[in-house]
Design a protein around this ligand. Structure first.
Ligand SMILES: NC(=O)c1ccc[n+]([C@@H]2O[C@H](COP(=O)([O-])OP(=O)(O)OC[C@H]3O[C@@H](n4cnc5c(N)ncnc54)[C@H](OP(=O)(O)O)[C@@H]3O)[C@@H](O)[C@H]2O)c1
Length: 312
């Protein structure tokens, strides 16, 4: 049996349950491709799964390889693969229910893989899929954001936020973003029209009504966000489902988005990267063997842009 270096968990828990070891190399089945991983992005869901928060929903079998953002090269095809060939440079947010990309190889369904933008390297491509799909599916699919509308993006400097800002600007929306002061220059460069320091200002005191709120924080931030949604507008959360009763009472809409792998949306994202309308900012690059450190950094909750593991 061929093996490969991988970062796995055998039990749920803190960073100490991560194991860097030789794991069996997987094989591509029907409709799947084997991808040689060059870089794997880190997302909060990685340590949430490690801690067991999604175990009722995802029913993983342990050991589990973590990491659900990848950029790499197609190394082998399973039967029935139609649109990809060996040697293609690809990127993907693969299915959270299966083994992830903190490894030399990953098997991914063809329907979850798109060609990587040629103009960027694997490290930057691996930063895009999960956060980019989240921004796309919240703003455009759930939120219906249109040119001329106003959008409030919470945690605008984070992984999802910094891509959502750029997608909303590309769409022609007016963007309000929240972040602490040390991210404000960064947000200005991304084109945010109004920046709110969430540590010193209550956003609902200074933000005029908006068409769409993107809630990436939850809790009190979500509760206070109702006050700034225009009649007919929408509060979209990726953290917890907003109350349908409150939405109805206020004459607004609400949605909870659980990001879905989607090759067509990824291809749109790749097109915008090639057109220089969208760029992932990678704050930290670490070797695969330092996945524990990467997750600890992510868990602190103050990432600017993305953290990525270099695998090759
Ligand atoms: N439902 C889904 O499918 C889905 C998909 C993607 C993400 N998510 C969830 O969405 C959340 C965000 O994901 P992410 O990848 O963007 O995380 P991230 O990159 O770790 O976010 C870090 C950012 O959050 C900011 N932040 C923290 N507290 C804040 C607050 N109270 N107000 C404003 N900004 C705040 C930080 O800014 P400062 O440094 O200024 O504090 C930092 O820039 C996570 O909980 C993640 O699990 C869910």
């Amino acid at each position: 049996m061929k093996t490969m270096p991988a970062v796995c968990i055998y039990s749920y828990g803190g960073p100490g349950v991560l194991v860097y070891e030789d794991a069996p190399r997987p094989h591509a089945g029907d409709g799947e491709v084997l991808v040689q991983v060059h870089a794997a992005g880190i997302n909060p869901v990685d340590w949430k799964i490690r801690e067991g928060h999604l175990k009722e929903m995802l029913h993983h079998t342990l050991p589990l390889v973590l990491g659900w953002d990848v950029s790499g090269i197609v190394a082998a095809l399973g039967s029935g693969v139609k649109h990809l060939k060996v040697g293609d440079e690809v990127f993907s947010h693969p299915d959270l229910a299966r083994d992830g990309a903190y490894a030399d190889f990953i098997v991914i369904k063809e329907s979850e893989v798109a060609l990587k933008p040629k103009s960027i390297d694997h490290l930057h491509a691996a930063a895009l899929p999960l956060a980019g799909l989240t921004a796309w599916q919240t703003l455009f699919e759930a939120g219906g954001l249109a040119a001329g509308q106003r959008v409030l993006i919470h945690a605008a400097a984070g992984g999802v936020g910094h891509l959502a800002v750029q997608l909303a600007k590309w769409k022609g929306a007016q963007v309000i973003g929240t972040a602490s002061a040390h991210h404000h220059d960064f947000l200005r460069k991304l084109g945010v029209d109004q920046i709110v320091d969430y540590q010193t200002v209550r956003f609902e005191d200074v933000v005029q009504p908006v068409d769409v709120v993107l809630d990436t924080v939850g809790g009190d931030i979500q509760e206070r966000s109702w006050k700034v949604v225009k009649p007919g507008g929408i509060l979209v959360s990726v953290v917890s489902p907003p109350s349908a009763a409150i939405a109805a009472a206020r004459g607004v809409r609400q949605a909870f988005v659980f990001t879905q792998p989607n090759a067509a949306h990824l291809a749109e994202i790749a097109r915008l990267v090639e057109a220089e309308k969208l760029k992932a900012i990678v704050e930290t690059i670490l070797p695969l063997s330092d996945a524990t450190r990467g997750q600890e950094l992510s868990e602190r909750g103050h990432t600017r842009g993305k953290i990525v593991l270099r695998v090759i």
